[in-house]
Design a protein around this ligand. Structure first.
Ligand code: AMP
Length: 227
């Protein structure tokens, strides 16, 4: 039997699980910068394919526009092909994949001993997400962003910078945030125990500030990836 490659020689494959408003995007940026891994967002890949009217884009368009998940086979094939590309040989950070158990199993069967799989779950309560997203206010005139709890404007609903009346974006409406949260929980509920059982998942308390979350995540990754 061939000796297993030492952890530090394996290709890092980091799966980031986190709901809307969990701070996943900010954390992804820190991880990519620190580890030099490629950030792969299956949502961004689909948007690229749809914009460029590729065969994948044509197949995925109707699902994505209806707010449904694209078929497992399509997203799995797309991701496997992406992982073969030269820029992924130093490692990748997966964002938005896997979203179903079938995808998690497919990922596992295609990542062999060459890879070191680490799953980070950014755990944030629904109440905090609601405060973060539904409390957001935008200035339609100069694009300044506020939050009624964490970063309020000096005069309620008026932009400090240009004096325009602030608005709530459609995506941040309370009902919409609630829907986005329920989709996230439905999709991720089976993935969390699945990865916990495999011993590859670490939960991070995402309630702390972005800097503290990044510090903890990077410490865990350095430890697990032996870098
Ligand atoms: P996102 O930007 O990650 O929210 O993805 C945008 C859309 O792309 C989703 O609403 C799905 O329709 C589709 N999508 C992205 N990733 C996946 C995935 N892993 N499985 C199925 N559909 C996906």
């Amino acid at each position: 039997m061939a000796a297993e490659a030492p952890t530090k020689d394996k290709i890092p494959l980091i799966v980031l699980i986190g709901g809307p408003g969990s701070g996943k995007g900010t954390l992804a940026t820190s991880i990519v910068k620190d580890f030099g891994v490629v950030h792969i967002s299956t949502g961004d890949m689909f948007r690229y394919h749809i914009k460029n009217e590729t065969p994948i884009g044509k197949k995925a368009k109707s699902f994505i526009e209806a707010g449904k998940l694209a078929p497992d086979e399509l997203v799995i094939d797309m991701l496997k092909e992406r992982l073969q590309q030269p820029d992924c040989q130093k490692g990748a950070l997966l964002d938005g994949f896997p979203r179903t158990l079938a995808q998690a199993k497919a990922l596992e069967s295609s990542v062999n001993d060459k890879y070191n799989l680490v799953v980070l779950y950014l755990d944030v309560s629904d109440a905090t997400i609601m405060q973060r997203l539904a409390g957001r206010r935008y200035c339609p005139s100069c694009n300044a962003v506020y939050n009624v709890t964490f970063a309020p404007s000096k005069i309620p609903n008026i932009c400090d910078v240009c004096g325009a009346t602030l608005i709530v974006r459609n995506d941040d409406r309370e009902e919409t945030v609630r829907d986005r949260l329920s989709v996230f929980h439905q999709q991720n509920a089976p993935l969390i125990p699945y990865y916990e059982e495999k011993g590859v998942l670490t939960s991070i308390n995402g309630e702390k500030g972005a800097a503290a979350v990044a510090e903890e995540a990077l410490r865990i990754l350095h430890e697990k990836l032996g870098k």
